[in-house]
Design a protein around this ligand. Structure first.
Ligand code: CUA
Length: 341
């Protein structure tokens, strides 16, 4: 093979393969007990199947070489005259037995991993209802007293070391919740609520992605799971439980007026105001989120302004309509929304 072929074909393929290792959105970089179990099963399969592949390749190469060496000899006797070869019979029986053992090993690994994944539960679990929408994620933190429930979107905070129960629902089409560093995929099926349990064992921000094609913006239906120390998590929960901050500057006041007078209230909730819509994400603490547009855009003032004026520039097909506002009005709205910490 020419060196240029190695450079142009083999190297990129190798790099592509290595892209699958590690990283903040990889099942091979587990940061929680469920992902750890899945990754252990993956490595069991990988090493077992690699060994089988290498062993079979060795025998094939051996057979080819033997074939070459005996090529010039006289023709073999007719089939019916070949004497019974006890060694060969034993080899075939051993290989068959070994194959059954390997399949049994993989089957048992699969069985025990599945059982272990379903064994995670805890009476003091944090329960979050995740609703898949086209194309964003709603997260409702359930409390024994429903007035203490918290609604947020796309950025899901969880405490490290504690079991989390995610109740998964969808009201439109099938989505799939997948945060590879913490767990495998689970579909959200309309009319068929389901659940998954996970636990993050080290703090960090883990990227998630809808993993079931759900329409135009499926690829832009992302989310983040932010695993933090219990104290930081409790602080976050306490802040989220508060009603929205009141506007304090001239721009924020004008922004709020525009929000409440315009069409925004039809779709969004800001707790503490008359805005009570349920079509789009709850914006009560919008300013505390780092991203928007289902975790696809950083929450900078410029991008937010452009989004408000025409979200279809970023996500064609999104439910939110373009707003006929002056630039200055959009800037006031941005100032208000960013003040909702
Ligand atoms: Cu939701 Cu793909």
């Amino acid at each position: 093979m020419r060196p240029s072929a190695i450079r142009n074909i083999l190297l990129p393929l190798l790099l592509l393969a290595l892209c699958g290792c590690g990283g903040s959105q990889s099942g091979l970089n587990p940061k929680g007990i469920q992902a750890e179990r899945i990754s252990n099963l993956w490595w069991l399969n990988f090493w077992t199947l690699t060994s089988v592949y290498l062993a079979v390749s060795l025998f094939v190469v051996g057979a080819i070489i033997r074939g070459w060496k005996t090529r010039d000899q006289t023709a073999p006797p007719p089939v019916q005259e070949i004497p019974a070869n006890k060694g060969l019979t034993r080899a075939v029986i051993s290989a068959t037995g070994l194959t059954v053992l390997v399949l049994l090993l993989l089957f048992l690994g699969d069985l025990f991993s599945g059982q272990a994944i379903h064994s995670l539960s805890s009476p003091d679990a944090v329960t979050i209802q995740i609703t898949g929408h086209r194309w964003w994620w709603e997260a409702r933190y359930e409390h024994a007293n429903p007035t203490n429930n918290i609604d947020t979107a796309n950025e899901i905070h969880i405490p490290v070391g504690r079991a989390i129960q995610l109740k998964l629902v969808s009201n439109d089409v099938i989505h799939s919740f997948w945060v590879p560093n913490l767990h495998g995929k689970k579909d959200l099926i309309p009319g068929h609520p389901t659940a998954m349990w996970l636990r993050a064992d080290s703090p960090g921000t883990y990227n998630g992605q809808c993993a079931e094609f759900c329409g135009h913006q499926h690829a832009h239906m992302r989310f983040k799971v932010i695993a933090e120390e219990p104290a930081a998590y409790e602080k976050w929960i306490e802040a989220q439980r508060q009603s929205a901050a009141s506007p304090s500057t001239e721009g924020q006041i004008r922004g709020q007026e525009l929000f409440l007078r315009g069409s925004c209230v039809m779709c969004h909730t800001i707790r503490g105001t008359v805005a009570n819509g349920r079509v789009g994400p709850n914006l009560t603490h919008f300013g505390s989120r780092k991203t928007f547009g289902a975790a696809t855009l950083p929450g900078t003032p410029e991008l937010l302004k452009r989004w408000i004026l025409n979200p279809h520039d970023f996500k064609p097909g999104v439910v939110m309509p373009r707003q006929s506002l002056a630039e200055q009005e959009a800037e006031w709205l941005v100032e208000y929304l960013r003040s909702l910490k």
